[in-house]
Design a protein around this ligand. Structure first.
Ligand code: AMP
Length: 211
């Protein structure tokens, strides 16, 4: 399904929530392409700061290496201008941000004011066992400093404690779409695009959950 051609999803603003290994990066890239919007990956932006040797990168590095979240004020300062720009320019797929209720509240406040708030929050749901297996496989394929087993387990725990509360946050706002992320990549993308098409034609809200 090419939503750009069909007219659906133009200017769409969505965010992806999911534990490490749930396929956020893969799905965000596919969705951004299908919708013709920008893919914003907070982890990638932070790793770019580390590589560039900036002050933010130097601070962020220790958190990244431990598998802890970078403190909210730093991430919020980095992300808000990007979000504002791409929201105004025609939409975004947000991958990895927000990760705490504080981040969601800060970004949501600014974005609502500017008319660029996310229209759909997608939860890529997968079992802990599947996530661990995927992450261990990725650790062998890529050489990421946060992909050693104890760090992987820690990142899963950080998700459960600090990011999972966001699921209620967006469910309460009527924009949460639950997706089974253990299905093949193409099917997961297709299910999300169906949710996008529905929410695009349903600005009154409600009834967007799909199991
Ligand atoms: P990711 O590439 O999304 O898995 O993120 C990798 C790492 O970057 C995380 O384990 C955190 O250390 C950091 N990070 C990415 N996004 C955020 C965020 N929104 N808030 C805090 N830390 C983040």
């Amino acid at each position: 399904m090419n939503l750009r051609r069909s007219g659906y999803g133009r200017g769409m603003r969505l965010l992806l929530l999911g534990a490490p290994g749930s396929g956020k990066g893969t799905q965000a890239a596919r969705l951004a392409k299908a919708l013709g919007v920008e893919h914003i990956a907070s982890g990638e932006l932070l790793r770019a700061q580390v590589r560039a040797g900036t002050a933010l990168g130097a601070t962020a590095r220790e958190y990244l290496d431990r598998g802890d979240l970078v403190p909210d004020p730093l991430v919020i300062d980095m992300l808000l201008p990007v979000l504002e720009r791409s929201g105004a320019a025609g939409g975004y797929v947000l991958d990895g941000f927000p990760r705490t209720v504080e981040q969601a509240a800060a970004a949501g406040g600014m974005a609502t004011e500017r008319g660029v708030a996310a229209q759909l929050a997608v939860h890529l749901r997968a079992s802990e066992a599947e996530l661990l297996e995927r992450l261990l496989r990725r650790a062998v394929e890529l050489d990421r400093s946060d992909d050693a087993e104890p760090t992987i387990r820690h990142r899963l725990a950080v998700f459960a404690k600090q990011t999972a509360p966001l699921l209620h946050y967006y469910a309460d706002r009527g924009i949460l779409l639950e997706v089974d992320a253990m299905r093949p990549v193409e099917e997961v993308t297709a299910q999300i695009l169906r949710g996008v098409a529905r929410s695009d034609g349903d600005d009154a809200g409600g009834g967007r959950g799909e199991q």
